[in-house]
Ligand binder design. Structure first.
Ligand code: C2G
Length: 131
């Protein structure tokens, strides 16, 4: 039995998010998702996500590929989360390529190709440009 863990904000949920969660789930038997909190986002990006963390967690929790979802409170706690959930594989999109290689002594680290031409930032830009 293999447990897969992944992390993300998953703001303004879109098909790129579905694609990575579906492929992450296919790598093991259980998929656990850390959803970054509003506070973590604010500290990273200087703004709150469009959807509050309660709603982002509700969306992730309702997906059939996801077995469990929890709030990711700090980027520095990844090793603790990997150990806490006994994860065998850490999956991230390839925008994070190389950034989590130091966890290779804890678990397998896999970077999956991002879905091209879609991102939360682009969706927000398109909405903002509508007059
Ligand atoms: N993603 C993707 N294709 C896209 C957009 C996103 O595969 N077109 C993937 C990202 O690579 C990431 C996941 O979807 O693995 C979530 O993306 P974000 O919500 O943008 O996550 P991010 O803000 O990068 O948060 O601890 C790490 C952070 O919590 C990651």
């Amino acid at each position: 039995m293999k447990t897969v863990i992944t992390f993300g904000t998953f703001d303004v949920f879109h098909v790129g998010h579905i694609n990575i969660l579906q492929r992450a789930a296919a790598l093991g038997d259980t998929l656990i998702v850390g959803v970054s909190t509003d506070a973590l986002n604010y500290s990273k990006k200087g703004r709150n996500p469009i959807y509050p963390e309660r709603d982002r967690m509700k969306i992730i929790n309702s997906l059939r590929y996801v077995n469990l979802c929890f709030p990711e409170e700090s980027l520095e706690k990844k090793a603790d989360y990997i150990k806490q959930f006994n994860a065998d594989i850490l999956v991230m999109g390839d925008d994070w390529e190389g950034k989590f290689d130091h966890f290779k002594d804890l678990c397998e680290v896999v970077y999956l190709k991002r879905t091209p031409s879609i991102s939360t930032t682009e969706i927000i830009e398109v909405i903002n440009s509508v007059e």
